[in-house]
Design a protein around this ligand. Structure first.
Ligand code: AP5
Length: 225
């Protein structure tokens, strides 16, 4: 990251299905920030068949966490790109204490720090329903849900008009349980880390998508001012 700018670094913390990706995309559009999803970066590595992708694939399909070594290498490479000077929304990172410590170090080296870590709270049962009903536009990646957010015109993406949609291989109820267990064991403790740093914000993500977006927008406006 650049050392001569005060780049906003926002973290969206939450279990699978909390709405991190949905909300990160909205914040990206509204505030001109860059969404940086380690899940997306890992899926791209899997699709490209890179050594990191091959190593990550089995773990992701089982709902576990990919090794810190692989995730940090991918994240560092992405954070070095010039576009992150606009400010970043970290979606799905950090997920372990080691990742949080590595992020703090990486930012400190660049004279930066975490602007806000926003915890999205959601009930475990609701999370399973959200993940199991999710699908995305194959062309632009816009997210939808069988129950909560269908395209206005069936079979046609609201955003780009695409007509092909896809579902993630790890969005089964069984794998979602494993992802949820990983969240509670390894990621939820980071809430205390960011509270101690004085940058923790919380949003009730059981509310509707628009309400959550409004609350997040208020937080981002406030902390970026
Ligand atoms: P990743 O891709 O990050 O998945 P995740 O954390 O499990 O999160 P999801 O993408 O499932 O959920 P989300 O919170 O983005 O919810 P969404 O907005 O889509 O990671 C996948 C895997 O990669 C991990 O399991 C791990 O193996 C690996 N990985 C990634 N990062 C890693 C890291 N840092 N370290 C190690 N391993 C890593 O919403 C879900 C659905 O609900 C959508 O259909 C949406 O429309 C709907 N919805 C959203 N908000 C609402 C709302 N308020 N009300 C009703 N419906 C809603």
């Amino acid at each position: 990251m650049d050392t001569d700018t005060t780049t906003a670094v926002l973290i969206l913390l939450g279990p699978p299905g909390a709405g991190k990706g949905t909300q990160a995309r909205r914040l990206e559009e509204r505030f001109g920030l860059i969404q940086l999803s380690t899940g997306d970066l890992l899926r791209a590595a899997v699709a490209a068949g890179t050594p990191a992708g091959l190593a990550a694939q089995t773990v992701m399909e089982a709902g576990g966490l990919v090794s810190d070594e692989i995730v940090l290498a991918i994240l560092r490479e992405r954070m070095a790109a010039p576009d992150v000077k606009a400010g970043v929304i970290l979606d799905g990172f950090p997920r372990t204490a080691a990742q949080a410590a590595a992020l703090d170090t990486l930012l400190a080296e660049a004279g930066q720090k975490v602007t806000a870590a926003i915890s999205l709270g959601v009930d475990d049962a609701a999370m399973i329903a959200r993940v199991a009903g999710r699908f995305t536009c194959a062309r632009c990646g816009e997210g939808y849900h069988d129950t909560f957010k269908q395209p206005a015109q069936a079979g046609c993406c609201d955003k780009c008009g695409g007509t092909e949609f896809k579902r993630r291989a790890d969005d089964t109820a069984e794998t979602a349980q494993a992802r949820l267990a990983a969240y509670h064991a390894q990621t939820a403790p980071l809430i205390a880390h960011y509270r101690a740093l004085g940058v923790l914000q919380t949003v009730d993500a059981m509310q509707g998508i628009d309400t959550v977006a409004q609350e997040l927008g208020s937080i981002v406006s406030r902390v970026s001012a």
